[in-house]
Design a protein around this ligand. Structure first.
Ligand code: FAD
Length: 433
């Protein structure tokens, strides 16, 4: 009997952990495991804002797949279609060719992309914070704005280059605003010709509170801490229009601004839309055993799947978080193996362990296992959690080293300049939907 073929789409929190668990639970000849991934790394997204802020080196949050996965064959490319009837995945490899991968079991983990709306100018001028290219680009872009502001003669240009806007008051937007604001405030020492009072940071969200995932009190603590640093936080407000040097908010305010970062939500990766399968708000509908409705040989998890939240109940689905994606991976791997061995499946059931938000500069807010923390304890929990979960010993060592170096030596403000010929807007660096 030929070994069953297992194909995994996506090597993020869900896909990488499924592959790792399958390697551990199956003997080398028991199955052929392949993972389709556009990049050679698994990305630790929660630390992207620290890459953008220059606290961490990009490589520190990119777990090398060739090193971390021993027996899984990496197919460098993107899945562009799935024929559920013929049990085959169509892949566009990184050299632009197309190849077909037949499968006996398919695990869909393509994650999500930034969700955008029809806001004039957003695609052309807005920046995302969802992948490594965006984080690295944003850092270059922010440093470039300060360099250009310091030589600008026109006060309007100087104001726009020193004006920064983040849309989205969830963990991703708050960490982005907090960490980048610190970068710009500290960078001012290197630009003596610039008046620090010119720096203007605005964070907006349509919701009426910051960090709703953390509960009211901690969201208010974060709001106060960021407010004290000079970040203007506007709740119940969104972006109406964006141009090259101006952002118009829904409350009528016009901000001189050449840097607008959009972090207001995610939606499943585009390949999910090509699947002829039921969806809930774009996410693939699966059972608690992570099987795709009507397809016993196909599993879906992570941000791309609407996984029933059995702990919360009432028909709720798990929110799109790394915590759920990596824990669902254990159940998915178990059920893939069980399905090959004719054993019973397990159901996904996980009590949320809470969230930790790093505000930079030693500040953080966290709610581990329902315990509300601020200040140093929150910072210790936040950083400890990242150190535990960033994949691979080398990455852990790198992250620890980068934190120490940044703490004691500060930022070199190196602008790499390798994206000078491209704008690096959402439309350039991401397939948004
Ligand atoms: C800035 C930021 C901060 C965050 N902070 C936290 C946090 O503190 N705590 C938390 O729990 N969560 C956090 N998250 C959310 C968390 O990162 C996601 O929920 C998690 O990454 C989802 O895992 P996933 O495997 O489903 O998707 P991903 O990790 O996004 O992985 C999907 C992978 O599939 C690849 N892919 C996409 N399309 C295809 C295709 N067609 N073919 C092949 N591969 C494809 C992608 O390139 C990607 O590598 C944060 C996210 C961001 C952006």
């Amino acid at each position: 009997m030929p070994a069953p073929r297992i194909v995994i789409i996506g090597a993020g929190f869900a896909g990488y952990n499924v592959a790792r668990r399958l390697e551990r639970s199956m003997s080398p000849h028991a199955a052929q495991i392949r993972i389709v991934a556009p990049f050679g790394y698994t990305l630790y997204q929660p630390l992207l804002p620290q890459v953008a802020a220059g606290v961490l080196d990009p490589r520190s949050i990119a777990g090398p797949l060739h090193r971390l996965l021993r027996r899984t064959q990496l197919v460098p490319g993107s899945a562009v279609g799935v024929d559920l009837g013929a049990q085959a995945v169509e892949v566009s490899t990184i050299d632009g060719r197309t190849t077909t991968l037949p499968y006996d079991r398919l695990v869909l983990c393509p994650g999500s992309v930034t969700r955008t709306f029809d806001i004039p100018g957003l695609h052309e001028h807005g920046h995302g914070m969802k992948n490594l290219a965006e984080a690295v680009y944003l850092r270059d872009h922010v440093v470039a704005q300060l360099e250009l502001a310091s030589i600008a003669r026109d006060p309007a240009e100087r104001a726009a280059r020193c004006g920064f806007l983040v849309v989205g008051g969830g963990y991703s937007g708050v960490e982005t605003a907090a960490n980048l604001q610190l970068l710009t405030a500290q960078a001012m020492r290197s630009f003596p010709r610039l008046d620090p009072a010119l720096l203007s940071w605005t964070l907006v969200d349509v919701a009426d509170r910051l960090l709703p995932e953390l509960g009211g009190r901690l969201g208010d603590v974060a709001l106060r801490k960021l407010g004290r640093r000079g970040i203007d936080i506007r709740l119940g407000v969104s972006l109406e229009r964006l141009t090259e040097d101006q952002a118009v908010l829904t409350d009528g305010r016009v901000l001189p601004c050449r840097t607008a970062v959009w972090t207001a939500g995610v939606t499943p990766a585009p390949v999910v839309g090509t699947l002829a399968a039921p969806k809930e708000r774009g996410r693939l509908v699966v059972g608690a055993d992570l099987r795709l409705a009507g397809h016993d040989d196909v599993f879906a998890l992570g941000d791309a799947a609407a996984v029933p939240d059995l702990v919360t109940g009432n028909g709720a689905v798990c929110p799109p978080t790394a915590q759920h994606a990596s824990r669902q991976a254990s159940v998915a791997a178990h059920n893939v193996v069980a399905s090959l061995r004719g054993a019973p499946s397990a159901e996904y059931r996980h009590r949320d362990l809470g969230l930790a938000v790093d505000l930079g500069g030693g500040q953080a807010v966290a709610r581990p296992v329902g315990l509300g923390l601020t200040g140093v304890p929150a910072q210790a929990v936040t950083r400890g959690y990242h150190l535990l979960t960033v994949p691979g010993m080398r990455a852990k060592a790198r992250v620890l080293g980068d934190w120490a170096l940044h703490r004691f030596a500060g930022d070199d403000l190196i602008r790499l300049g390798f994206l000078n010929t491209r704008t690096g807007a959402l439309a350039d660096l991401e397939h948004t939907a």
